[in-house]
Each structure stands twice: as C-alpha cells, then as structure tokens.
Design a protein around this ligand. Structure first.
Ligand code: IPM
Ligand code: MN
Length: 331
C-alpha cells in the first residue's frame, strides 16, 4: 500500500482547534494532510477558554476517556485573555499531558543553519504541582514549589532521547543545572550516564542551562538532540523557536512513546487573540505539527513530503490560507 494512498487512512484523530488562531491554523493543517493523500477520520471537540466561559467546562473525564481510543489528538491553541491565567493551561493542557502520560515533549528546530531537536520531559519537574502555602496573605507567608523527579520519569525520557539521537547524528546533550540543583541534577546525571552505557554509538555532552542559552543563540550547530527537564525545556524551546525563524514555525509532539494511548500534536505558539479570525496567522507551525503526527502514526513518507514543502516555502508571506496554499503547491 502506497503511503500517499487514501486507503492508508483509517487513522482516528481528535481535533481540538481551541481558541484564537487555533481553529484557523488547524484547519489549514488538516487541508495539507488531506492534500498529501492521508485520510483521517476526524472528530472535532469544542474545548478551551471560549467553551469555559460559556459553560464552565474545561476537560471532562468523559472526554479524556473517549480520547483514549483515538490514534492522535491534533490541537491548535487554547486560552483567552478573559479567563484567568492557568485555568485552561493546567485544566486542559497539563491534565492531558499527565493523564495520557505524554511523557516526551519533542520540539524540532531546523533552519539552513542548524538542525536539532529538544526532548523535554513532560510530566514531572516543577510542573507536577508539588508545594503549597503557609500563612498565605500574611507578612509571614511561605510558598514552596517543588520539583518532582522520579528515576523512572527521567530515565524513560532520556532513553527516548538516546534512541532518537541514534537515528540521527549520534549526539545527545543533557541540559540541567547540576552545579546548583544537586538533588534533581544528580538523579538526571546518573540516569543519563547509566542509560548512555547502552548506547555506545551515541556521543554525549552536558551543558548547564544558562550556558545552553548562549549556545542556542551563538552556536546551535553543536546540537543534534538535547534532553532536559520540564521547566528548562519549556524555556529553552521558546528560545529554540526564536533562533529558528520564530515561534510561528515551531512545532511540537507530546508523545506517549509506549503507545498506551493517543499522542498529542500542537504548534508551540499560543492562541494570539489579537490576530484571531483575520486570516493572518502563520499556519506553518500547525502544518509541521501535523507532519509530526503523521510521522508518529507511521505515515513517514507523507510527513517528509509536508516537511520538505514547508521548507520550500521558507520566507513565503501571505494570509493563513495563502501560506497553506503555497505549501500544498510544493507537495
Ligand atoms: C508550552 C506552554 C505550556 C507549558 C503552558 C501553556 C502551560 O508554554 O507548551 O510550552 O508551559 O508547557
Ligand atoms: Mn512554553
């Protein structure tokens, strides 16, 4: 069966356009997937800030249960300025990552100048919600925010990164702050060194996160695959986007590599409410996230074609629909 034959379809995808520019860019991503000849069986979900404002729904457990039987989730962006920060982020995005065990957040960065991938741990660290207040609102208040690092959690993410590097240029860099974060850093470093013994062909390096920020800007060619914890990965991947053509091009895959449920694919950018509904948003990040989805679902040839078409459109300007049209013309 040829990869671009529509009979290769049957892939069930839950589509969550979300808020702001989310629905517009996802629509273009779906057009491109259709144009490359992969048939998806899609189901659209109305969730995000707008839905929350309407009826208070964020992410019902019943929807999560439905999603477990899908092959993937394709998400645009969620969040509106009218909803307090954090409600949708934690209630929808983080809940999805935690409940569906999307433990790898894979973010590729590619330009004429460099080509590297950040593997961000996606279920632990400072995102786990450990901590609390004492005497909140008093002059003596205390707030703690812990970072949860399990050996299993770090190890499975590191192992994924070694596997990925083995299929690329055989180089993996651990980014952390082991000189100061002596507990979590020690766990990560030992896991990295011990797993590394199983991958003798993969050369390794270590950077402190502050130094990595300099290298991301001044010498990104040194990187092939980077593995890091949740919060460092969050910050570093925005920087990665900024030095790789802008956040409008940055794609991401929230993966459950064990495939015990669907993985989720979304552009790194947010809902950009200021330009929503104006056919102005760059759809490339969403289109490339669609390619990551096809790749993960085994449609590798179709994914390569989309990536190459996007690359051929570097610098193309125009409306959301025009840019997608330009990509489709290059398929
Ligand atoms: C990202 C976003 C999220 C994160 C927010 C919206 C919770 O910034 O996907 O990088 O911090 O992980
Ligand atoms: Mn982020």
């Amino acid at each position: 069966m040829s990869d671009n034959d529509s009979s290769a379809g049957g892939l069930r995808v839950a589509v969550l356009g979300g808020d702001g520019i989310g629905p517009e860019v996802v629509e273009q991503g779906l057009r491109v997937i259709d144009a490359v000849g992969v048939a998806l069986d899609t189901e659209h979900y109305d969730l995000g800030g707008a839905r929350y404002l309407r009826d208070g729904t964020v992410l019902p457990d019943s929807v999560l249960e439905e999603w477990r039987s899908f092959d993937a989730i394709y998400l645009g962006a969620v969040g509106t300025p009218e909803v307090a920060p954090g409600v949708i982020e934690r209630g929808l995005l983080l809940k999805m990552r935690f409940e569906l065990d999307l433990f790898v957040n894979q973010r590729p960065f590619r330009t004429d100048d460099h080509d590297f991938v950040v593997i961000r741990e996606n279920t632990e660290g400072s995102y786990a919600g450990e901590g609390g207040f004492l005497r909140r609102g008093t002059p003596h208040e205390v707030a703690t925010q812990g970072s949860v690092n399990t050996r299993m959690g770090a190890e499975r993410c590191i192992r994924y990164a070694f596997e990925l590097a083995g299929g690329r240029r055989n180089h993996l860099t651990l980014v952390h702050k082991t000189n100061v974060l002596t507990f979590s850093g020690d766990l990560w470093q030992r896991a990295f060194d011990e797993v590394g013994v199983e991958y003798p062909d993969v050369a390794t390096a270590y950077n402190h996160v502050d130094a990595a920020c300099i290298y991301f800007v001044q010498d990104p060619q040194r990187y092939d695959v980077v593995v890091t914890d949740n919060l460092f990965g969050d910050i570093l991947t925005d920087l990665g986007g900024a030095v790789s053509g802008g956040i409008g091009l940055a794609s991401s895959a929230n993966l459950n590599p064990a495939r015990t449920g669907p993985s989720m694919f979304e552009p790194v950018h947010g809902s950009a409410p200021d330009i929503a509904g104006q056919n102005k948003a760059n759809p490339i990040a969403a289109i490339l996230s669609g390619a990551l989805m096809l790749d993960f679902l085994g449609q590798t040839e179709a994914a390569r074609r989309i990536e190459q078409a996007c690359e051929a459109c570097t610098g193309v300007e125009g409306s959301t629909v025009e840019v997608a049209d330009a990509v489709m013309a290059k398929l």
